[in-house]
Design a binder for this molecule. Structure first.
Ligand SMILES: [Zn+2]
Length: 83
């Protein structure tokens, strides 16, 4: 019987504000864009983004800017965990 090899994917992203893990950079960006608590709002303000949004479309556009910000300093948003 062939054994299935389980390949671990240890590389993930982590929100520097609340520690939430995301598998994809895109998901992390969306998380930071949409979270409505004060720390995430402050983070958006510090990065020159709107603190709040009304529609999902607005949130998506904020997330796009956040993706660029993360890519400039990606190590800071990564975490290495055992799968
Ligand atoms: Zn967070």
């Amino acid at each position: 019987m062939a054994r299935r090899k389980v390949i671990a994917v240890p590389l993930r992203y982590k929100c520097p504000l609340c520690g939430k893990h995301s598998r994809k950079l895109r998901n992390l960006a969306l998380h930071i864009a949409m979270k409505k608590d004060q720390v995430h709002k402050d983070w958006r303000r510090r990065h020159g983004l709107p603190e709040d949004y009304k529609t999902r479309k607005e949130a998506m556009s904020i997330a796009k800017s956040i993706e660029k910000i993360i890519r400039q300093d990606e190590e800071k948003y990564r975490t290495y965990v055992e799968a």
